[in-house]
Design a protein around this ligand. Structure first.
Ligand SMILES: CC(=O)N[C@H]1[C@@H](OP(=O)(O)OP(=O)(O)OC[C@H]2O[C@@H](n3ccc(=O)[nH]c3=O)[C@H](O)[C@@H]2O)O[C@H](CO)[C@@H](O)[C@@H]1O
Length: 426
């Protein structure tokens, strides 16, 4: 334990992208002897991998979106109810600081923190500041960022910005010092495919066909581990069976560290945690960013790793995100299916070419792996925990005990408490 035991509240939306960094920070704060409560939504409460010491509080739905005024009203009511719940939690739990990881549950939680003057930190995972985080940037005490350049982060906040990276799970970070799995002319060629925590249809459509086009020297050594959406998994299984490519499929792999450890190449979406894990472990990648996100954050997320030579990007046209099954008119549905089919075919060829370029020989693959590794932020969880710990004064006597006069590391709340302490003593 690095100081007096404190209470912290973390708030994160219900996707792995927000929750996994929150879990990683929770693990670090827990290891330092602190108590942590998590505020999330219903989906978040069900995500596997939540540490057992994390008490979870589920907020009512309150998404303010769409054009329907009634929907807005319902959303606003949800936000107000969420804010009241967060305030009640703060009253009983007495947090020293609140950390918002973005996503809907961050909104009522950060509003409550601002109303009750609880010190607040926001952590952005993407290379683009998210909507909720944009709103709170001026109100919070500190902003932790995942990379050097974050779009929409106003320069006027520079004084409260700290670059920490994206925290990853301990078991993933532990792979950082492990060697790259053997990749010779005869060894297996293991490809890991995921579409973020929710899966992505495009990967089901494109990857089996792309791999089937590889030259025999690569294709005969393939072993695929692919995450699929539940509605796609049987069709994907069939495609791999037709192509005679061994593939292990699941809707969600819980043992991601093990999967990453064995993989020679990653193909998939460029969500923030995925990139953080690839760069923590050092795995080369072919990335297909989410195409319809308004802010194109998944494209921005690829900037560092692509510039370093650790990954290549293939863009997915927006038309391929429409689901033909949802179209009732048969002619329109068939036209869309034809258009999408042509695009999927072209993307499969692109993926196949990129795999050959990156894995043409063991050295090119090893170079790309090393370039990815160089982009990692292995201290992310501990740097973020340092930042969080620096806010919120501990009881004065505790601060006196752990922060002796003149200690340079006493920052933020501790420094304030020390000053108060000195004033009281005078
Ligand atoms: C569709 C969407 O809007 N996704 C966003 C969401 O993340 P989303 O959850 O889609 O994606 P991320 O890449 O950030 O996180 C996925 C996490 O799930 C884990 N995983 C995935 C598959 C699996 O089978 N097992 C498993 O454990 C990955 O290892 C990773 O830790 O929030 C991120 C952070 O704001 C954004 O960057 C993403 O764009």
């Amino acid at each position: 334990m690095s100081g007096p035991s404190r209470h912290y509240v973390l708030a994160a939306g219900g996707t792995g992208g927000h929750l996994i960094p929150a879990f990683a920070l929770a693990a670090e704060l827990h290891a330092r002897g602190h108590h942590i409560a998590l505020i999330t939504d219903e989906r978040g409460a069900k995500i596997p991998g939540k540490p057992e010491y994390l008490t979870t509080h589920v907020l009512p739905q309150g998404r303010i979106a769409g054009r329907n005024p009634l929907g807005w009203l319902k959303g606003a009511r949800g936000v107000l109810r969420g804010r009241s719940m967060a305030k009640r939690l703060f009253e009983s739990f007495q947090p020293s600081a609140v950390v918002g990881f973005g996503g809907y549950p961050s909104l009522p939680t950060m509003l409550a923190a601002s109303a009750m003057k609880v010190p607040s930190v926001l952590h952005e995972q993407n290379a683009v500041l998210g909507r909720v985080n944009r709103y709170f940037a001026g109100r919070v005490d500190a902003i932790a960022t995942p990379c050097e350049d974050v779009d929409f982060l106003d320069r006027k906040y520079a004084a409260k910005v700290t670059l920490v990276g994206n925290p990853v799970r301990e078991e993933v970070l532990a792979l950082r010092e492990e060697p790259f799995p053997e990749f010779g002319e005869d060894s297996l060629f293991r490809i890991l495919v995921t579409g973020g925590s929710q899966g992505a249809r495009i990967l089901s459509q494109v990857i089996p066909e792309a791999l089937a086009m590889l030259p025999t020297a690569l294709r005969s050594r393939l072993q695929v581990i692919q995450q699929c959406r539940p509605e796609d998994i049987e069709a994907v299984r069939e495609r791999y069976a037709v192509h005679g490519i061994p593939a292990e499929l699941a809707t969600y792999f819980e043992n991601m560290a093990e999967r990453l450890a064995g993989a020679h190449l990653f193909i998939g979406r460029s969500g923030a945690s995925t990139i953080a894990e690839l760069t923590a472990v050092g795995r080369p990648a072919i990335l297909i960013p989410l195409p319809y996100a308004m802010d194109d954050h998944q494209v921005a997320n690829t900037r560092e790793i692509v510039a370093a030579g650790g990954a290549r990007v293939i863009r997915q046209p927006a038309v391929t995100t429409e689901e033909p099954e949802a179209i009732a008119d048969l002619d329109k549905r068939n036209a869309l299916l034809r258009e999408q089919g042509a695009i999927f075919g072209k993307m499969a060829k692109d993926v196949c070419q990129q795999i050959q370029a990156i894995a043409q020989n063991p050295q090119t693959l090893a170079n790309a792996a090393h370039a990815a590794w160089n982009c990692g932020y292995p201290r992310a969880a501990s740097d973020l925990a340092d930042l969080v710990e620096s806010f919120g004064a501990a009881p004065l006597m505790d601060v006196l005990r752990v922060v002796p006069e003149g200690t340079a590391s006493a920052t933020g709340g501790e420094a304030l408490a020390r000053r108060l302490n000195t004033e009281i003593a005078q």
